[in-house]
Design a protein around this ligand. Structure first.
Ligand code: NI
Ligand code: MN
Length: 226
């Protein structure tokens, strides 16, 4: 899989020729000012919840590319009202086969209102299983024991976990989360974008190393193959 980081919790993941974009928040993110939004070409856009720092560029990218939006029923209804037509609503527990592989919507412990104050459904995470790898995208979440259920059904190769603290888990809880889903590879997200979630990179890397976790903090715009 090829992973490109666009800052905050936004990643483009190419799985056997299908590109999936998670939680686009690029335009308002000063750290991502060098990213050309209209050059991003997803086939699917997945949303974990309705907060502005996860949905800012959904309409622009979806209208420009025709990508299919996959999110909670409530978020899908909101974006249908804003003109999107290529949508697939889901809710927690749903396990659906898409062209990129199997997608399961799983629990997250957070909140999910939309920028206009309307209800955004419950916040979610996702598990994706392709032909050769499986990964967990936690969304914005606190640590919770339901993560252990993921390891019962999937061999998780790597996990996107929030590490910024304050609104989500910090690195210590992210390491526990990695243990719950039984992976050694963490791709950090949801840090440094705002003063509340600024982190000391050396300090979190040391903590991860001590716990035998490979923690990847990608540069914004960087691509890796995993
Ligand atoms: Ni949030
Ligand atoms: Mn957030």
């Amino acid at each position: 899989m090829e992973i490109t980081y666009y800052g905050h919790a936004c990643f483009l993941i190419n799985i056997h020729g299908k590109a999936i974009l998670f939680d686009p928040f690029i335009g308002p993110n000063k750290l991502a000012a060098h990213i050309e939004i209209d050059a991003i070409q997803p086939d699917f856009i997945l949303l974990s919840h309705g907060h502005q720092d996860h949905i800012a560029d959904v309409e622009r990218i979806a209208k420009h590319t025709g990508a299919q939006l996959i999110a909670s029923h409530e978020l899908v209804e909101y974006f249908k009202n804003n003109g999107l037509t290529n949508v697939h609503p889901m809710n927690h527990g749903g396990r659906i086969q898409f062209e990129f592989g199997e997608l399961k919507m799983v629990n997250a412990v957070h909140s999910s209102s939309l920028p206009d104050g309307s209800y955004g459904g419950n916040p979610a995470g996702f598990v994706i299983k392709s032909a050769d790898q499986a990964f967990y995208y936690a969304g914005d979440t606190a640590l919770h024991l339901d993560m252990q259920l993921i390891a019962e059904d999937y061999n998780i190769d790597f996990a996107f976990l929030p590490i910024g603290n304050n609104f989500t888990m910090d690195i210590r809880d992210a390491i526990k989360a990695a243990n719950f889903v039984q992976t050694e590879k963490i791709i950090g997200m949801h840090y440094d974008t705002f003063p509340y979630i600024e982190i000391d990179h050396d300090a979190v890397k040391k903590i991860a190393e001590k716990e035998n976790k490979a923690l990847l903090l990608m540069k914004i715009g960087e691509k890796v193959n995993i």
